[in-house]
Design a protein. Structure first.
Length: 255
């Protein structure tokens, strides 16, 4: 079933590739996945649009302050908050996990780029890795080994996304390439993380949280052909090929 608010559906669609993966989930799980994707998108937009870091921190703090009400079924009049209220019961430790996801986005408001690849990896795990762990909650998966895989895939996806975003920097979106690190090194790190994750299988029910790994491969292949330069050729939109890759992964169980 779709989210109860059309604006949440539209927000989740802005993260098109995760949205396509969510469509591979059973109907009764899709609304919860889209609520999480929309929530993550809402948090990411704060760092991309805040005119001053303090204004962004105030917006993030607002989300921290409303989490208790969301989990108690008293969300504020905000479509994403209402969607989360409908989803919160599926999360294993919602208060801690949602707050951690919000707090991790403070890094988006820092003026300096990551100091090292390790710092960028930590950011990737705290944001995208944590999101994919929450997606497992919605899918009803509690196995710790599968959780590790989902976090690894989510973090690798974030590393690739940060590199893909380099040509599209704005006044509010800083360069996230660590000092003394190349794009190739970051992307090869993501490749290793995906390769390590794929040493293990996941149950079919968990696939919507990790199928994005197949789309990661598509980006890595394209960027390698571009000599690891994301600005060389404008990135094509995720179209029929992405949809086919996701559904083939769903059928084969390969992520």
């Amino acid at each position: 079933m779709p989210p109860s608010d059309f604006s949440v559906l539209e927000l989740s669609r802005q993260d098109r590739e995760r949205y396509l993966c969510a469509l591979a989930a059973p109907h009764d799980k899709r609304a919860g996945l889209m609520a999480l994707i929309a929530f993550n998108q809402e948090l990411a937009r704060i760092g991309q649009t805040a005119s001053e870091p303090m204004l962004g921190k105030i917006k993030l703090q607002w989300w921290i302050d409303v989490v208790p009400g969301i989990l108690q079924g008293r969300p504020p009049s905000h479509p994403v908050a209402r969607a989360l209220a409908e989803t919160g019961g599926a999360l294993q430790d919602p208060s801690k996990s949602l707050r951690a996801l919000i707090e991790a986005r403070n890094f988006d408001l820092e003026p300096e780029k990551p100091a090292s690849l390790n710092e960028l990896r930590a950011y990737a795990y705290a944001t995208s890795g944590a999101l994919h762990g929450l997606m497992l909650d919605v899918l009803g998966i509690t196995d710790d080994a599968v959780l590790t895989i989902a976090r690894d895939v989510g973090a690798a996806w974030a590393l690739i996304g940060v590199m893909r975003a380099l040509p599209y920097r704005t006044a509010h979106r800083r360069d996230m390439l660590p000092a003394d690190t190349t794009v190739r090194e970051v992307l090869e790190c993501a490749q290793r993380m995906l390769s390590d994750a794929r040493q293990n299988t996941v149950p079919k029910a968990a696939l919507p949280a990790v199928l994005v790994g197949r789309l990661a491969d598509r980006h890595l292949s394209r960027l390698q052909k571009q000599n690891w330069d994301p600005a060389l050729i404008e990135e094509p939109p995720a179209g029929v090929g992405a949809v086919a890759s996701i559904w083939l992964g769903k059928l084969s169980g390969r992520y």
